[in-house]
Design a protein around this ligand. Structure first.
Ligand code: 13P
Length: 254
């Protein structure tokens, strides 16, 4: 059985004060949960605060992005070593917002996964189709391309230490969640893609669902066979909402 993973992607939200309150709320509620791995991914300026508050708790820290390069003249970028130094265990790579607004390609995203590996951090590789692609019945083709685009550069072995997040672009921040059946279908497809290269990795890799996941729909989504957790945007900004999803993870793991 794969341990459920619930990760909060705060995106570009929070202030120093609200970040502290949110982290404290998550820590307090998480102490009652034992089966779900819980990760929070605040913006870069709050990682230091996160490291300090989360230290000695079961809640782990993640980042929302990383530079492909190790160090040097790359103004505005943050290296994997810097993230590791501030206690990050996870890094979201290739989120659809980064693909769309910052032009991240599969090749760049593969380099980000490679950068994470140099610091023993676990990338959360995001994949997903747009509404138009779904309507044109291109979902599997798009996702296969996103996964193959990474595997062809860094090899399947890298997926020993990778989490995949299926985030249909049309479900992100829209309140339009994929149905559990729609999501399960794509998750099973992703696992089969991995199994084509390595059965062992396919069985253990965790595949998260992301896109308007909230307390009300989390139990049904998380009880699907190939859904191993969630990558949560909006609902991760309110401690009680995020914790309710984490509790759903604990229930399915029981
Ligand atoms: P929402 O949960 O706000 O739809 O965002 C999902 C997401 O993009 C997580 O990375």
């Amino acid at each position: 059985m794969r341990q459920p993973l619930i990760a909060g992607n705060w995106k570009m939200n929070a202030t120093r004060t609200s970040a502290e309150a949110l982290l404290s709320g998550v820590i307090a509620g998480a102490s009652a949960l034992s089966k779900t791995e819980i990760v929070v991914c605040p913006p870069f300026p709050f990682l230091s605060l996160g490291e300090r508050l989360l230290s000695g708790t079961a809640v782990k820290l993640g980042a929302q992005n990383v530079c492909t390069k190790d160090a040097g003249a790359y103004t505005g970028e943050v290296s994997a070593a810097m993230l590791a130094e501030f206690g990050c265990r996870y890094v979201i790579c290739g989120h659809s917002e980064r693909r769309e607004y910052y032009g991240e390609t599969d090749a760049v995203i593969a380099e980000k996964l490679r950068a994470c590996a140099t610091q023993d951090m676990i990338p959360i590789l995001c994949v997903g189709e747009t509404l138009q692609q779904r309507q044109q019945e291109l979902t599997e083709q798009v996702i296969a391309g996103q996964i193959d685009g990474v595997i062809s550069q860094i090899g399947i072995e890298a997926f020993n230490q990778t989490v995949i997040a299926y985030e249909p672009v049309w479900a992100i921040g829209t309140g339009m969640t994929a149905t559990p059946e729609q999501a399960q279908e794509v998750h099973a497809f992703i696992r089969q893609k991995i199994a084509d290269r390595s059965q062992a990795i396919a069985e253990k890799i965790r595949i998260l669902y992301g896109g308007s996941m909230k307390a009300a729909n989390a139990p049904d989504l998380l009880s699907q066979h190939d859904i191993d957790g969630g990558l949560i945007g909006g609902a991760s900004l309110i401690a009680d909402d995020f914790l309710a999803i984490c509790r759903a993870g604990d229930l399915v793991a029981s």
